[in-house]
Design a protein around this ligand. Structure first.
Ligand code: HEM
Length: 406
């Protein structure tokens, strides 16, 4: 952590006014200043899917589940929920006889400060195999993520029985939470793959700025507003009349794509071409030929793609027609950097995450439209998976997934 962000972190922990406004804003409005907080755990939906502002740091950890039988799985979910409840509330770890290992790593000291920590638990298709007798409770669209156009999926970075998605203002908060969760569940969970990154909230020149991805373009401009509950009900949450199992109501399908970017190649590409590939101006984020970041792209005035090419990423991803209005998704990914590969190329990219009430009408519909786009030359899907984010829980005596395993 840099000295500056360390000072902000400390200021936040002390709750001083200096912390206000430093950790970000809603991308859609660019207006909200923010004091780090403990994100409430209880709710109809898991809070980390829509909590605003989106914190600066993200981490996804996928696990294989080793629990024995349905009762073992129930105890895993109960332990996970209990630990997450405490972590999100900032409950200080209990003091223990020093003759034993301490109850926590000590990374955050005696009192974890508010840092917008949220933790989302999701399940993969493989959890519904014959181990736990859950085959008839599988969400109808939950399958192992197939190879999609242009993919080179690495089995060591794909799929998993269970995914934990963590977000917070600082890396040490994420590491603290991850280690607490793994410590609590070590009899049940074996880590399969992990990706961590950044790119949200803090760090921009202005607190109101939309973050940029590692291609240098603003990312999140036309995202759904996670604060709009009607929009979330329509596009993100599985509803009671969705045809999904009853336990799944209030949950959401989660598509995760670990997408490598060939950044050196991109950096050798002309600006006009980069902008044509995305469909937006690089610096302002405005649709091509427009001035404001949030201006409408105006596709109706440009039917032949003279201003915004028909193959541009944003035009294919969301043509903004009545027929495609049902395909909107909530994106909540982050950038990752993992050093470099054996060819000496930087290993960077986007940990793409989207939430939607249906994979078919959400992620898969959008993915099919962008398949074959010009951007494909510069990116490659290398991992990730399809998951289902469990519904939230309001009652303190209940736990995440209790109706699934009950
Ligand atoms: C490395 C890969 C990708 C890059 C670099 C990228 C980049 C961008 C950028 C710069 C924007 C414009 C700003 C914004 O509205 O957020 C955008 C928009 C969007 N992207 Fe991507 N994206 C990638 C992958 C994907 C994938 C895999 C999907 C879904 C299958 C997707 C769906 C969308 C959608 C729905 C929009 C909003 C379009 C609109 O409503 O105008 N993107 N993306």
């Amino acid at each position: 952590m840099s000295e500056l962000s360390r000072r902000r972190f400390v200021a936040a922990a002390l709750g001083t006014g200096a912390a206000a406004g430093l950790t970000g804003c809603t991308a859609a409005t660019g207006q909200v200043t923010h004091r780090p907080r403990f994100v409430p755990f209880a709710g109809d939906h898991q809070a980390g899917i829509t909590a605003l502002p989106i914190p600066a740091q993200g981490l996804l950890a996928a696990f294989s589940v080793q629990s024995v039988g349905r009762a073992g799985l129930a105890s895993l979910f109960a332990d996970l929920s209990d630990e997450i409840r405490g972590l999100m509330a900032g409950t200080p770890p209990p003091v223990r006889d020093p003759a034993y290992p301490p109850v926590d790593s000590g990374i955050l000291g005696a009192q974890p400060p508010p840092d917008d920590l949220s933790i989302v638990v999701s399940v993969g298709a493989s959890l519904f195999d014959d181990r736990f007798g859950l085959a008839d409770r599988r969400p109808t669209e939950l399958v192992t993520m197939p190879f999609l156009a242009n993919d080179r999926l690495d089995p060591d970075r794909s799929h998993g029985d269970l995914l934990i998605s963590l977000q917070a203002g600082h890396i040490d908060t994420l590491q603290f939470a991850l280690r607490q969760l793994m410590r609590r569940t070590r009899e049940h969970l074996v880590l399969a793959w992990l990706v961590e990154g950044y790119g949200r909230g803090a760090g921009a020149a202005s607190a109101a700025a939309t973050p940029r991805n590692l291609l240098g373009f603003k990312d999140g401009t036309a995202n759904l507003d996670a604060g709009d509950t009607a929009l979330m009900d329509r596009h993100v949450w599985v509803g009671a009349d969705s045809g999904e199992p009853r336990w799944a109501v209030g949950g959401s399908y989660q598509a995760v794509r670990i997408i490598r970017m060939f950044v050196e190649f991109w950096d050798r590409t002309q600006l006009v071409e980069q902008e044509a590939i995305i469909g937006r101006h690089k610096i302002t984020g405005a649709p091509l030929g427009r001035h404001g970041e949030f201006d409408d792209p105006g596709y109706a005035d440009d039917p032949h793609g003279l201003r915004i090419p028909l193959a541009a990423h944003i035009r294919r991803a969301n043509p903004r027609t009545p027929e495609t209005a049902e395909n909107l998704i909530l994106r909540r990914g982050f950038s990752f950097t993992r050093g470099f590969d054996r060819a000496g190329r930087l290993d960077q990219g986007l940990a793409f995450v989207s939430y939607q009430h249906s994979l078919a009408s959400g992620f898969l519909a959008v993915q099919e439209r962008i398949s074959g786009e010009a951007l494909e030359e510069y990116v490659q899907g290398q991992g990730g998976g399809f998951f289902f984010a469990l519904p939230g829980t309001v009652d303190g005596s209940r736990f995440l997934g209790d109706e699934l395993v009950g």
